[in-house]
Design a protein around this ligand. Structure first.
Ligand code: TZP
Ligand code: MG
Length: 205
């Protein structure tokens, strides 16, 4: 399957985003039809060290068994032990050209939040972009200003062949706007992790 198709319904989460067992949430989300998963163990109360690796191994296995892409957020040291399909980084994380040298065959995703960030790194080394926050979000405390869906259209005009997912404040109600603007997929945290019925929430996206 093309990467752009595999990024269609992209769940991102770590324990801080979950008010119950992350393993259960991932299983339910897979039943609902997510195509990709990002292990983003981030924040003051997040797991570290062996515990982070241990949960990652459980989530990785579930993804492998269900043909769901497994991407690790901003932790190069976890890529090999988890046999991750790729790594996703933000602007202040390890630079993509260094990552590419380290991981020639892995998927590399980069977060961008404005036009300037699109020019700061070599996008030839990037397999997909995560653009946003498209809408207001409460999940990322240090999020940059919202971009709106128009920006997706503008990125796609400049980089038509680079797969792109929208992120930030995406819900069952507004996901269609992100796709209509030209995104290949939607990346969500709270719309799925906080849903009363996770499986249904994914289906409705
Ligand atoms: N990057 C930009 S917005 C965001 C991240 C990780 C958080 C998205 O969370 P939610 O709950 O889907 O708005
Ligand atoms: Mg980061």
């Amino acid at each position: 399957m093309e990467l752009s198709q595999q990024l269609r319904k992209y769940l991102i989460m770590g324990t801080e985003n979950c008010s119950r067992n992350a393993v259960d949430i991932l299983r339910e989300a897979i039943k609902g039809g997510i195509t990709a998963f990002q292990y983003r163990e981030k924040g003051d109360d997040s797991l570290r060290g062996y515990e982070k690796l241990e949960l990652g191994m459980k989530l990785r296995k579930i993804c492998s068994n269900n043909n769901v892409l497994f991407i690790v957020n901003d932790d190069p040291d976890l890529v090999a032990p988890l046999k991750a399909d790729g790594i996703h980084v933000g602007q202040s994380d390890r630079k993509v050209d260094l990552l590419r040298a380290e991981f020639p065959d892995k998927i590399i995703g980069l977060s961008v939040s404005d036009d300037e960030e699109l020019t700061k790194q070599s996008l030839e080394e990037v397999d997909y972009l995560g653009a946003g926050p498209i809408f207001p979000t409460v999940t990322k405390r240090d999020a940059n200003p919202v971009t709106g869906t128009k920006w997706i259209r503008s990125i796609k005009e400049s980089y038509p062949d680079l797969p792109l997912v929208g992120i930030g404040g995406i819900t069952e109600e507004n996901a269609h706007q992100v796709i209509e603007a030209g995104a290949d997929g939607v990346a969500v945290v709270s719309a799925v992790t906080q849903a009363a019925n996770v499986e249904k929430a994914v289906r409705n996206l």
